[in-house]
Design a protein around this ligand. Structure first.
Ligand SMILES: [Zn+2]
Length: 709
């Protein structure tokens, strides 16, 4: 259960193209007169009828982009974008170095992505295959153009002239300077600043790395086959049979039978020579590329511009955290061992396949958290009203359901929210694609469809995002009821959305969530702290039939249950993060990736390595989060500090809300992340402070403890 599994931000590829996919939209700022209260838009059937694809407006396309009323429109939108980009490339090359250079680069990026980002969403989520296919095609075509631009020497020169001009650079405001550097940073990886021979090498390495990433990623999901006679007959039914073979497609981590989990672990994680070669070549190639463009290691390059800044800080953070966790982890493992002894006296040594299962058993035993008891208090409409009232008290912001035009949305159950500030007016739009449907990925995710930016005419281009959840449809007549976990996920994703809505950056290159990876989860995890606070929950959690509020002790028990074995869970994340750092650190690696895994597992995690297994070959996050797997832990540490220092006293403190908006959300990725943290906390936190915040969250709440004893 990787922490990162829950939420996916559309991440920039670690070694991706310079002008990454960007936002789209026609930008018509039509303020609807038919705004409805947000809660009823999600709960009441009558309102749903009203909001459903009405004929009120004239026919439009997806997200209000006129061309996208049919799949063929993607071609048209793409051609327009490419024409526009050609014009902008010429303009960039003929403009003398100055702030305008950065503006043109941002426009160029915006023009390509007014199609690519939108298509990125449509290709995974549209129910109509023809739309998905057309979107995929548009993504590919724009990707090809972007690759060409990345190696366009003349275009790069125009940016280099600016960066080399100290007088002009020092006259730029910090945001513009940072964005110029970010564009250059993206260019560098294609080796554009190197001589002919090295540049060719860089291009070849980039191509090879992309292939290896894809191959490795596919390999992480492939099932392993095994002769069925190897397994005792009574457990074979747990796996898919294929003639004389059994397919093992996962770890079966929640299966109560120890033997099934053991078999699944040993077979699914069995070492595979081909996949091993891919991984080792991928790591070596990333290292070569990073060194070619001037960095010591791949990690040094990946951490440039992040909150941690360099591998040394990450190493310290993880080492200190591991030290502070080790005693607690030991206790957690002892608890799990005792439980295993009780349930399976013959074989009670705690093994890696036991950790998720027995921590779950302990959680249920300690705190009987039956989601069914909580669901009736968390109707989707109530939760949305809760978010609305929280944002309104903290930030002066309201959410309204807006009627959509015919053709604007891709599924009838999608809701469009207008985000409106009490004095500043409309800030942007959130499309809520919350419900399951066939062919829709089971993934909670925030997509930026259009980034905010200051247009040439002085108008602000409003941000547009999609929040994708995978909620079950309700039984007829009843509202959709959320489990506590789903409620927390909703708050988490809304944290990303508010980051997008409140980022008021001049450039869309750094809009909202387009910020360093180790800062990106701060606003979303902070929302989880709100979701777990009784004062906040009590504002909205009402039984959908009786109107009764959720009892306080049920909220406390829920919070306490999350702390059961939480040290061991965090220790496991530290182990993964350390492994990721070593793999992307100094090359050649001193040992094979499997030997490094074994050594690190025993040192940082504590449960024994199992011979002939190679967990790292299933570590898919190595692709997207290369050298940045620690990010989630670090974001959580910052969110925890912000919560404790600024909101724990009063989660509705408007002055703190305003400070949060001003110091953290408003800048998107346009400001160095540690400066945003300093602005918020009004002090400069040390690595020890980060670690303290994470560890103190594991302490049991004394009051609840007494109550339950
Ligand atoms: Zn997230």
């Amino acid at each position: 259960s990787a922490m990162l599994g829950g939420c996916r931000l559309a991440l920039p590829a670690a070694l991706g193209p310079a002008l990454r996919g960007r936002a789209a939209g026609s930008g018509r700022r039509a303020v609807s007169t038919s705004w409805c209260p947000v809660g009823s838009a999600f709960d009441a059937k009558k309102q749903q009828q009203q909001l459903r694809g009405s004929t009120a407006g004239r026919e439009t396309g997806l997200f209000g982009v006129p061309e996208l009323s049919c799949p063929e429109g993607f071609q048209e939108a793409q051609d327009k974008a490419l024409q526009e980009s050609e014009r902008l490339v010429q303009k960039a090359c003929s403009t003398p170095p100055g702030p305008e250079t950065v503006m043109i680069f941002d426009q160029l990026s915006d023009s390509l992505c007014r199609v690519a980002d939108l298509a990125d969403f449509v290709k995974v989520a549209h129910p109509d295959f023809a739309f998905r296919e057309a979107a995929e095609e548009a993504c590919r075509n724009i990707g090809t153009v972007v690759e060409k631009l990345n190696t366009d020497v003349e275009l790069c020169q125009s940016l280099r002239r600016l960066l080399a001009d100290e007088v002009v650079m020092s006259s730029l405001d910090p945001e513009t300077r940072r964005v110029a550097e970010l564009f250059m940073f993206d260019f560098e990886i294609s080796g554009i600043h190197l001589d002919e021979e090295k540049r060719k090498k860089a291009v070849d390495l980039n191509v090879r790395i992309l292939d290896l990433c894809n191959e490795f990623l596919i390999g992480t999901h492939l099932p392993n086959k095994i002769d069925k006679h190897v397994l005792p007959e009574h457990i074979r039914y747990n796996f898919t049979a294929e003639g004389n073979y059994l397919q093992v497609a996962g770890l079966h981590a929640d299966c109560p039978d120890d033997l099934v989990r053991e078999a699944a672990y040993k077979i699914f994680l069995h070492s595979n020579t081909q996949q091993l070669k891919r991984l080792e070549e991928l790591l070596a190639s990333r290292n070569s590329l990073a060194q070619l463009v001037g960095y010591d290691t791949f990690a040094h390059r990946a951490l440039q511009g992040t909150m941690a800044k360099n591998p040394e800080t990450v190493r310290q953070f993880l080492e200190k955290l591991s030290d502070r966790l080790s005693k607690r982890t030991q206790k957690d493992f002892e608890m799990m061992t005792r439980m295993k002894m009780k349930l399976n006296p013959q074989n009670s040594t705690l093994m890696p396949w036991d950790h998720p299962y027995y921590s779950g058993v302990l959680r249920v035993e300690r705190y009987n958290i039956d989601p069914g008891l909580y669901c009736p208090f968390f109707s989707l409409g109530a939760c949305m009203e809760g978010l609305n009232s929280l944002f309104s008290r903290l930030l002066g912001i309201s959410l309204y359901a807006e009627q959509t035009k015919s053709g604007e949305i891709w599924s009838e159950d999608v809701r469009k929210l207008a985000v409106v500030h009490e004095t500043e007016g409309l800030l942007g739009y959130i499309y809520c694609d919350f419900f399951q449907r066939p062919d829709k990925p089971h993934q909670d995710c925030h997509f930026t469809v259009r980034g905010g930016r200051l247009r040439e005419n002085g108008e602000y281009q409003l941000p547009v995002v999609v929040l994708m959840l995978s909620l079950p449809h309700s039984a007829s007549g009843a509202p959709t009821l959320l489990s506590p976990g789903m409620m927390e996920n909703l708050f988490h994703e809304m944290g990303h959305a508010m980051h997008s809505m409140l980022g008021r950056t001049r450039y869309q290159h750094v809009t909202g969530t387009r910020c360093p990876t180790d800062f990106a989860e701060v606003p979303s995890i902070l929302m989880e702290y709100f979701a777990n606070d009784y004062r906040v929950v009590n504002q909205f959690a009402r039984h959908y039939k009786t109107g009764q509020p959720l009892p306080k002790n049920m909220v406390s028990r829920l919070c306490e249950s999350k702390k059961v074995c939480a040290a061991a869970d965090m220790q496991l994340q530290v182990f993964y993060a350390v492994l990721d750092q070593i793999y992307h650190g100094k090359h050649p690696l001193k040992k094979s990736t499997t030997e490094i895994l074994k050594e690190t597992q025993e040192k940082v995690y504590g449960l024994p390595y199992v011979p002939n297994t190679a967990w790292q070959l299933r570590f898919s996050h190595l692709v997207g989060y290369g050298a940045k797997y620690y990010s989630y832990l670090m974001s959580r540490a910052v969110a925890s500090m912000v919560w404790k220092q600024c909101f724990a006293q009063n989660p509705f403190d408007r002055a703190m809300g305003e400070r949060y908006r001003r110091e953290m959300l408003a800048h998107g990725g346009g400001k160095e992340p540690i400066l945003m943290v300093q602005g918020m906390l009004q002090k400069s936190p040390s690595v020890e402070d980060f670690v303290d915040a994470l560890v103190s969250d594991l302490d049991h709440d004394f009051e609840t403890f007494i109550m339950d004893s």
